[in-house]
Design a binder for this molecule. Structure first.
Ligand code: BEZ
Length: 211
């Protein structure tokens, strides 16, 4: 199944390193990051999962629950978590789905047969509290993800949900943002953006990041 932005993230039940997970129930009212990696006991994945564990507070601050997936069984995940904790100087603090029957991988289109017939690629989905898919990124097996970028996109999504703004290229927390073109009423603009704005072009209006 091919998923698109705005689709409801498919629900599933699957075993994990933290016991059986009913996905939607597990997400509750939080945002979610669901990400796959090719296999346990592989070097790049070991660093990615260590990094994710170290970002626990950053995800918590944003009300985000994180869950990983590979097609290895639970016993393998549990042994590998020991290695991650030891080598990455952290404690894995999120579940790893044991998708040995590839149920979730198929539901989320995480196996790309021309890349690898049986293993998952590095897929990543950001899911909002209404269970809508808000970001889909796919990396090749040989490239570890940049988790600062994942946090940056979550910041942008949460900001744009709250205010009528969009974030420009390379935006980061604190930078100016863009007033969405659909907002044209001068009174509403004044009310929403009391700090004012600069119209570089009629369609490119920059304003300080709303707090
Ligand atoms: C890794 O996860 O370390 C990896 C997976 C596939 C190819 C190269 C590296």
């Amino acid at each position: 199944m091919s998923l698109h932005l705005g689709d409801i993230a498919p629900d599933f039940q699957q075993d994990s390193s933290a016991g059986p997970i009913q996905f939607h129930e597990w997400l509750g009212d939080s945002w979610g990051v669901l990400f796959s990696h090719p296999a346990d006991f592989t070097p790049v994945c070991t660093t990615e999962l260590g990094l994710t564990a170290k970002l626990k507070n950053e995800f918590a601050k944003r009300n985000v629950k994180v869950i990983a997936l590979s097609v290895d069984p639970v016993e393998s995940h549990r042994k590998w978590i020991g290695d991650i904790n030891e080598t990455q100087d952290t404690q894995v603090n999120f579940p790893i789905i044991a998708d040995a029957d590839r149920k979730v991988s198929q539901l989320y289109d995480m196996i790309h047969p021309e890349a690898n017939a049986t293993l998952t690629v590095r897929s990543l989905f950001v899911i909002d509290p209404k269970k809508k898919v808000r970001l889909i990124i796919t990396y090749p097996a040989s490239t570890g993800r940049n988790f600062d970028e994942i946090l940056r996109v979550i910041d942008s999504l949460q900001l744009t949900d709250k205010h009528s703004v969009a974030t420009p290229g390379n935006w980061k927390q604190g930078d100016d943002v863009v007033i969405v073109p659909s907002l044209q009423d001068p009174e509403e603009i004044k009310r929403r953006f009391p700090a004012g704005y600069t119209a570089v072009k009629p369609y490119l209006r920059m304003t300080p990041q709303p707090r």
